[in-house]
Design a protein around this ligand. Structure first.
Ligand code: ARG
Length: 469
């Protein structure tokens, strides 16, 4: 070997004579963060050993030795016994080094025949993300189940609905909850779709040009549970679109969680007092003894920004690369791992918060005021045959009259109302009922009880149909 004797031997060291700057070694290494892919790396290698044996590049004995060694490497990792050595640049080289120690370098050295770390790492990442995204999907569905269970239980609770953060119209609390369940459902569908798209095999493509030993890639795909092989070796080693998609999914999901958090933070202020977080998801102040802060929700809102950084950092890196593998691609890992880690925590914490928070239906109801029925007053006149554009104006005049009188719109007398428009009659009193207003909105998608129950039913049906994905 021509390597400097002080530095450990590199797997790619054959053509190098000078030592690598130790700082460069550290800079180049990804083992600190890519070691979490140890299982994918071993599983991929086991399948690869089998494929090589199938083509008589390995004997059956060699294959069995490789499988035995790789299984042991995997166990050492999972039991926390794997010792990373100086020179273990990344998970692929670390595993190969250890494999050589266990079964001898003569056989271990045959495993990489026709394989490059380029097709290897692309395969590992797809395997890792497939596993992780499947777990995230389960957390996401659990969160949706928690939200709709609450919506069903609290179907009779009514509150103001807001636009521009100004009270707008009476709604069911469950309608508000379901609005987030639908956003989360689209997140779940997006994740299912990207899981399907990423499930294609890069292995067997070599460094960029393909495999010189007629490896059976269909066999590899089957062994590793991929639905197809990737049909272009250059594309196989350079494509990271699945990470971009995953990061977008993570961002979109965090946006929904962050917006829900923002609503709940506002609803939990004493000015609103609609909800109170369980102690399990709140913390106190180090100075002010009376404080109970919604830290869980603030962290969820804050972490949305961190995940956004993961995506933008990745996209900047990815956008500038020429064809096939470039070392920049090593920077794809931290954003993917980080976003996955944040999403796992966030989905579970959000489910916990929603499941345990207390609501105050009487406070919600007390925040309803008759002016929220101004639209209903206009609709009353529509039912009497007055064109809506006029009724809008008339109801506005009633709002103004009440304001001038310093009273509530529901306290205007029939004479007051008649002075604005002659179509008002005795039955106008029926307008001043929040439940009636809500129940009038009984078309699909509306806030009436039947419509909200329908939504809950649709979401439940979807959940049970996709449970065992
Ligand atoms: N650690 C590398 C990465 O994550 C593995 C691939 C290295 N390939 C290479 N041609 N240097 O991207």
């Amino acid at each position: 070997m021509t390597n400097n004797t002080n530095t450990p031997k590199k797997l790619w060291g054959g053509r190098f004579s000078g030592a690598v700057d130790p700082l460069m070694d550290e800079f180049n290494a990804s083992i600190k963060f890519d070691k979490c892919m140890y299982e994918a790396d071993c599983i991929g290698s086991i399948a690869y050993a089998k494929a090589l044996a199938k083509n008589n590049i390995l004997t059956e004995h060699e294959r069995d030795e490789l499988v035995r060694g790789l299984t042991q490497v995997m166990e050492e990792w999972s039991q926390g016994q794997f010792k990373i050595q100086p020179g273990d640049e990344d998970i692929h080289t670390a595993n190969e080094r250890r494999l050589g120690e266990i079964i001898g370098t003569h056989i271990a050295g045959k495993l990489h025949t026709g394989r490059s770390r380029n097709d290897q790492v692309a395969t590992d990442m797809r395997l890792w993300l497939r596993e992780t995204a499947t777990q995230l999907l389960a957390h996401l569905k659990e969160l949706i189940a928690v939200v709709i269970a609450r919506a069903e239980k609290e179907i009779d609770v009514i509150m103001p609905g807001y636009t521009h953060l100004q009270r707008a119209q009476p709604i069911r609390w469950s309608h508000f909850l379901c609005s987030y369940a639908w956003s989360l459902q689209s997140d779940a569908q997006r994740l299912e779709q990207l899981l399907d798209r990423l499930n294609v095999l890069p292995l067997g493509c070599g460094a960029l040009a393909g495999h010189a030993f007629k490896i059976d890639r269909e066999f590899l795909a089957k062994e590793l549970g991929f639905r197809d092989i990737i049909h272009n070796s250059m594309y196989a080693v350079s494509d990271r679109d699945f990470i971009a998609e995953f990061l977008f999914w993570a961002n979109m999901t965090m946006v929904h969680i962050s917006r829900l958090s923002e609503d709940l933070i506002i609803y939990s202020t004493s000015e609103f007092g609609f909800v109170k977080l369980a102690d399990a998801y709140s913390t106190g102040s180090s100075l002010m003894p009376q404080k109970k802060n919604p830290d869980s929700l603030e962290l969820l809102r804050g972490k949305c920004g961190t995940v956004f950084g993961d995506m933008t950092g990745f996209m900047c890196m990815y956008s500038k690369l020429p064809s096939t593998y470039n070392k920049d691609l090593q920077e794809d890992k931290v954003p993917m791992f980080d976003a996955a880690h944040i999403l796992s925590g966030s989905l579970q914490i959000t489910a916990g918060v929603v499941n345990t928070m207390q609501i105050f239906p009487e406070k919600m109801r007390a925040s309803l005021s008759a002016d929220l029925l101004a639209t209903d007053l206009a609709e009353y006149l529509v039912r009497k045959g007055v064109p809506f554009r006029e009724t809008h104006h008339i109801s506005g005049a009633a709002v103004k009259m009440a304001e001038d009188q310093n009273s509530s719109i529901s306290e205007l007398t029939l004479d007051d109302l008649k002075s604005i428009h002659s179509s008002f009659e005795e039955d106008v009193k029926s307008v001043w009922n929040f439940e009636t207003s809500i129940e009038n909105r009984d078309t699909p998608g509306g806030t009436a009880k039947s419509s909200v129950l329908k939504q809950i039913q649709l979401l439940k049906t979807w959940l049970s149909s996709t449970k065992h994905h």
